[in-house]
Design a protein around this ligand. Structure first.
Ligand code: G3P
Ligand code: CA
Length: 253
């Protein structure tokens, strides 16, 4: 694989989350309207085994409720407002986000990041896979045509996904270029590495190195114009941003 010279595809980080509350349907609908190529979400398991799109361990920051996601049932979590007082929003389940992406006229991908992999020891990954199977998107014809990408900071989580769904694209996320380029991605069979934009600045050669090993690069969270330009210059495949519309416009100019 060579670095992607077509320019990066734009992934809406937690939706168009600079403009709308993160992980809400409104944030993802706006991202689609703004032309996002992918929709990023974080998923956690509820106490009763449902996959919900919540970044933090608790819901304090992103709702008007309190509590730990994994210690509450879906119905308990669903009582709270995940939007604002003026624009209330419901708890978003992964299934609703996948439906939104698959209903899009464009072949939008869902980038699913699994959280808390240690505590549940693989349960979250097997639930994600079951969900992708239910939608018929767990065994894509090729990585390019996949409608789902599974990502994690946990090498174990990526390995579990690769073992169970070898055709599904995966991203091993990390802050360290040495770790991402030093064999971890190879060991677990990740199809892409996912450095932060800070790491990319410090180690711009990692895109070429990943490409030489047959891997794409997914960079997060790319909100500045100069960073978008750097990603394009280096041949990054996907940029995750809180501003999908603005980023699409910059890439088009
Ligand atoms: O897209 C990857 C990025 O979202 C990882 O960091 O904390 O925003 O989940 P975080
Ligand atoms: Ca994330």
């Amino acid at each position: 694989m060579s670095p992607d010279r077509r320019g990066p595809l734009v992934v809406a980080h937690r939706g168009a989350s600079a403009a709308k509350p993160e992980h809400t349907l409104a944030a993802y609908e706006l991202a689609l309207k703004e032309g996002a190529d992918g929709l990023e979400c974080d998923v956690r398991l509820t106490k009763d085994g449902h996959l919900v799109c919540v970044h933090d361990r608790t819901i304090e920051r992103t709702s008007d409720g309190t509590g730990v996601v994994s210690e509450m049932t879906r119905d308990e979590l669903a009582q709270f407002n995940y939007g604002t007082a003026d624009e209330p929003a419901e708890l978003l389940e992964l299934s609703a986000l996948i439906e939104l992406a698959l209903d899009s006229a464009r072949p939008v991908k869902v980038f699913i990041e699994t959280k808390h992999p240690v505590r549940f020891g693989g349960l979250v990954e097997s639930k994600v896979l079951a969900e992708l199977q239910r939608f018929g998107i767990a065994s894509p014809p090729s990585a390019d045509h996949s409608r789902a990408v599974v990502m994690s900071f946990s090498a174990g989580a990526v390995w579990r996904i690769r073992r169970s769904a070898p055709l599904l694209p995966t991203v091993l996320l990390g802050e360290s270029a040495r770790y991402l380029g030093g064999g971890a991605a190879t060991t677990v069979g990740a199809t892409a590495v996912g450095p932060s934009v800070k790491t990319l600045h410090e180690h711009p050669d990692m895109v070429d190195k990943a490409a030489a090993a047959g891997r794409a690069t997914y960079c997060w969270t790319v909100d500045d114009r100069t960073d978008v330009a750097l990603c394009r210059e280096l041949g990054v495949s996907w940029v995750a941003t809180n501003h999908p519309g603005r980023t699409k416009n910059w890439l088009a100019s």
